[in-house]
Write a protein that binds this ligand. Structure first.
Ligand code: SAM
Length: 310
């Protein structure tokens, strides 16, 4: 019975344009139960519901992020980039990359590293003529990223569409590509990337363990996993205020700004459902990563987990 429900759900899912098959759902595997926020749903329903949430809010997603967090999400993302500290030549995969915030920061960071390198090179060649200096600058400008590349991978075509428009508007074209893909079944070869990031994405994935295994698979030996995600607040006063804000204010903002109360109700509930810092650290270790540690930001409202494929 459950299997036939899963097959029907799978057919409906696959028939919709731009949708990806979900691992297991189109096979004979039974459709197990999971959670979507505080609701219990089948795994196939969860995939579809998460898809709908981001499809509905895609156009207002960035505005909502700024409004809900009063811009603090930008600081958290900047800190993630500081942890990453990418050198020119880095190949980054940003999974659940949505509208490109991490990718754009990565490109900025690599470009400024590269400029720094050029300045150092010029300083070490004190006797260059201005023609030689101009030539050197021109050459460096042509490879301002030093071969770095970021792939933004997301399951949701609407989120990627908004990301691509934003990239065009902000002038990012070089060193950037957009791929539709499921974190649980990444469309990339093994040992392909230096760094894997996932920011506010893993909470939405149905099988977190599979997503972590995929992260491990696509990273090169020596590669780094970095996850920025909502986590558990470690201060009781802040926790009460945060709960009040989350449950009383965020869904209202969601309704007023994005016209979608339920999407932001889901956001708040899914945060509470996500494993706490230590438990998530163990999950990352179970996927094979070593030297796993985390840093709490804003009293644990979010945490950055890091691990290496060694
Ligand atoms: C909260 S947004 C985060 C976007 C971006 N990383 C940021 O920090 O602004 C979550 C993203 O996860 C994506 N997502 C959800 N489930 C996914 C999956 N299984 N595989 C890949 N992306 C997924 C959604 O489509 C959405 O774009």
């Amino acid at each position: 019975m459950a299997a036939s429900r899963a097959a029907a759900s799978c057919r409906a899912w696959a028939a919709r344009p731009g949708r990806l098959f979900w691992r297991g759902l189109c096979s004979q595997e039974p459709d197990r139960e999971t959670h979507f926020g505080f609701q219990t749903v089948s795994e196939s329903e969860k995939g579809e519901k998460v898809y709908q949430v981001f499809e509905n809010v895609a156009k207002k997603y960035d505005l909502m992020n700024d409004s809900m967090s009063l811009g603090v999400h930008r600081v958290w993302k900047d800190i993630l980039l500081r942890h990453m500290n990418p050198y020119p030549g880095t190949q980054l995969l940003d999974v659940a990359g949505g509208t490109g915030d991490i990718a754009f920061r990565f490109l900025n960071s690599v470009r400024s590293h590269r400029e720094h390198q050029v300045r150092q090179k010029l300083r070490s060649h004190q006797n260059l003529s201005w023609q030689e200096i101009t030539k050197l600058y021109q050459e460096e400008e042509q490879q301002s990223l030093g071969g770095s590349h970021v792939v933004v991978c997301d399951i949701n075509t609407e989120m990627l569409k908004v990301g691509k428009q934003k990239a065009q508007h902000l002038g990012y074209s070089e060193g950037l590509s957009w791929v539709v893909g499921n974190a649980e079944e990444l469309p990339f070869n093994d040992n392909n990337f230096d760094i894997y990031t996932i920011a506010f994405g893993i909470r939405n994935v149905t099988h977190i363990d599979q997503a972590l295994q995929e992260a491990y698979r696509v990273l090169k030996p020596g590669g780094r996993f970095l996850c920025l995600e909502f986590s558990h607040v470690n201060n009781s006063i802040i926790s009460s205020l945060y709960d009040l804000y989350s449950f009383q204010v965020i869904p209202v903002l969601g309704e007023v700004i994005a016209g979608d109360w339920k999407a932001y109700q889901y956001l708040v509930e899914s945060i509470r459902r996500f494993p706490a810092q230590e438990e998530f650290k163990e999950m990352i270790e179970d996927a094979g990563f070593l030297k796993v540690h985390y840093q709490n930001l804003s009293s644990g409202i979010v945490a950055i987990h890091s691990g290496f494929k060694l």
